[in-house]
Ligand binder design. Structure first.
Ligand code: MN
Ligand code: MN
Length: 297
């Protein structure tokens, strides 16, 4: 990795961490979810970054991909709140997440995913197998009596690519592939009081543009051109609604789906409705790994 690229990863990490912890400070009872998400994205811009994906807040049994649309009235009360924030600088991404327990009942659940992440980070270096990392995460979370979410994984980060190889498992899947010098990976253990398997809910409010041909009506074309600004990174329905209104956005997203132009990323919830916690950092793999999103408090 050249110096310039490394610096962009490091700077993106600093912004992602600051935005995440700023968002954390806004997670209090009575706060409106949509206002926190808007504030986090404004903070990212203020610090000179761009969102690598829409900031997301997933509550209770929802593990990931919950993102306010423009009409979201959700107010925080006593939920388990996961905040996930990604930032990029010229396509070089940092991805991090944390959990706040507003119920006061799930302190251990929050600790389990955080400790699993910390334990995984301690062994990151070239040559460690993906299965070993997964085993460590699994062992840590089960030692607390919870289930790791097996069908969610950490992932590689590429230029303008939020999910590339390698996939970093949250359990020992026997994968003998090893981390290599210069890999940039996000590690993100999820701990659940339920099944440890997530399934899709609806409706999706996060999308990715995968193809830019095949829609002809003017509204969909206009919205597609706007979506293209994200260069293949995920975008929020809410971002489009702010520019085009809800009705036109819904129409265009339907057309774009039909034409195979967009992928959707629906909210994911534990299939036994277990409560879920998450912790996530981004790391550049080397003999002395760099945790780009590390935040000294
Ligand atoms: Mn994330
Ligand atoms: Mn991630």
């Amino acid at each position: 990795m050249d110096e310039e690229t490394l610096q962009k990863y490091v700077d993106a990490g600093k912004i992602a961490s600051e935005a995440l912890h700023y968002g954390k400070s806004l997670i209090v009872k009575g706060a409106k979810v949509i206002e926190i998400l808007d504030a986090v994205e404004e903070k990212i811009a203020e610090l000179g970054g761009k969102p690598a994906f829409p900031a997301q807040i997933s509550l209770n049994e929802f593990a990931a991909h919950s993102c306010s649309d423009l009409n979201d009235e959700t107010i925080l009360s006593d939920q388990i709140v996961k905040l996930d924030v990604g930032v990029h600088l010229d396509g070089f991404i940092a991805d991090n997440a944390l959990t706040v327990d507003l119920s006061g009942k799930y302190n251990d659940l929050v600790k389990a995913s955080r400790e699993a992440l910390n334990n995984a980070l301690k062994v990151i270096k070239p040559g460690v197998t993906l299965g070993e990392i997964g085993k460590l995460i699994h062992e840590t979370i089960t030692s607390y009596g919870f289930a790791p979410v097996k069908n969610l994984s950490g992932h590689g980060l590429g230029e303008y690519q939020i999910h590339t190889k390698p996939s970093v498992p949250n359990f020992d899947n026997g994968n003998e592939n090893v981390l290599e010098e210069g890999d940039v990976i996000a590690i993100e253990p999820f701990a659940s009081t339920g099944a440890g398997i997530v399934q899709e809910s609806s409706p999706a409010t996060v999308f990715t543009l995968i193809n830019d041909t095949g829609v002809r009506d003017p509204i969909s074309r206009k919205i597609m051109i706007k979506a293209k600004e994200n260069k293949g990174l995920p975008f929020a329905k809410r971002w489009l609604e702010k520019d085009f209104g809800t009705a036109k956005t819904n129409f265009a997203l339907r057309m774009l789906r039909k034409a195979g132009c967009v992928d959707e990323h629906p909210p994911l919830f534990d299939q036994n409705k277990g409560m879920v916690s998450q912790a996530e950092h981004t790391v550049i793999v080397s003999e002395e790994p760099i945790i780009t999103t590390w935040h000294e408090k």
